[in-house]
Write a protein that binds this ligand. Structure first.
Ligand code: SAM
Length: 309
């Protein structure tokens, strides 16, 4: 079956990226190549796009449909940008794009186990070569660890009850499939609370996906690892989909844009700190109503952009 992905905030991202015809660009989250395609069109056969994804299915899908000579596909993790560029003899690039989270094909392919809608093995790995799966987390982590994951990454008020129900259920049977887990979650949440707030398993599934793929820690590392590899004037564009991610991008950019680290009661600056970036989007850029109407996934998307000094 052919799965597709509708890129979000595409026009806005490309405008902010300000591509130069002979520039080198990194798309750190290839997916089905929506942003990569637009950058390739901007540079019109002259520059290079290095497109990275940790999912081999993304790499295979795009290599089968794009035949651009100036596109380099890399199966890897965006936190390894320093090594990925060094292996190609590159010290810095002209711009970078990161469109975080899962792609629609990952979500819509029942076999990947990301969705509570389909019954499938509890997997949720973006990188199919990674050892840790959602099944390991659900069946091996302590009640305290599960509570912390569901509370922190899913912001679910029933986190500790869900964790307790999981631990109780797995004493007799390992939880192997998405629908077994959905059943346990439904049993944990009181019927009155289940009537509002969307599908009762939504938050727990989001939390498990973030934990399985270590998404938030990797996002923190990404900002610090990637910015030094931008040329002066080069831009980094990051699209996030929930508040936890957006907070990391906002504070990560602010930290690198800070002009002074001195305590507030110092009369003069003595730290000699040099900001490495300038923040271009004071507030995150949101999708237009027209885009949201045609692609509901765009509703929660937030784009933040910074430029290297
Ligand atoms: C939202 S999709 C990107 C969609 C893409 N912009 C498009 O238009 O088709 C996110 C992609 O990033 C990949 N990804 C997420 N975290 C990653 C990481 N740390 N390193 C590399 N790829 C990652 C996922 O596997 C997924 O394919």
């Amino acid at each position: 079956m052919e799965f597709t992905h509708e890129p979000v905030l595409l026009k806005e991202t490309i405008e902010y990226l300000k591509c130069q015809k002979n520039g080198v660009y990194v798309d750190g989250t290839l997916g089905r190549g929506g942003h990569t395609r637009a950058i390739l069109d901007e540079i019109a056969g002259q520059g290079t796009v290095i497109a990275i994804d940790r999912d081999t299915e993304a790499i295979e899908a795009v290599s089968g449909s794009f035949d651009d000579q100036n596109l380099e596909l890399v199966h890897g993790n965006f936190i390894n940008i320093p090594e990925i560029l060094a292996n190609r003899g590159l010290e810095a690039v002209d711009g970078m794009v990161f469109d975080l989270g899962v792609s629609s094909p990952q979500f819509d392919n029942p076999e990947r186990g990301f969705s509570y809608q389909y019954n499938a093995p509890l997997d949720m790995r973006m990188n199919l070569k990674q050892d840790l799966t959602a099944r390991d987390i659900v069946n091996k982590y302590s009640a305290e660890e599960l509570t912390s994951i569901i509370k922190k990454y899913g912001e679910d008020r029933w986190a500790s009850r869900i964790a307790d129900f999981i631990v109780k259920f797995r004493q007799d049977n390992e939880i192997i499939t998405t629908h077994e887990l959905v059943k346990v979650i439904k049993a944990a949440i009181p019927a009155s609370a289940r009537r509002s707030g969307g599908h009762p398993a939504r938050r727990t599934f989001q939390a498990l996906r973030i934990a399985t793929n270590d998404e938030l820690k990797q996002l923190e590392d990404l900002i610090n690892n990637a910015v030094p590899y931008l040329k002066s004037g080069g831009r980094i564009c990051i699209i996030s989909f929930h508040s936890l991610e957006d907070r990391i991008v906002k504070w990560g950019f602010r930290e690198l844009a800070k002009k002074c680290d001195c305590p507030p009661d110092f009369p003069v600056c003595v730290c000699d700190r040099e900001p490495s970036i300038k923040i271009i989007t004071r507030k995150p850029v949101r999708a237009s109503q027209t885009e949201i109407d045609s692609n509901p996934r765009a509703r929660s998307a937030k784009l933040r952009v910074a430029e290297k000094f």
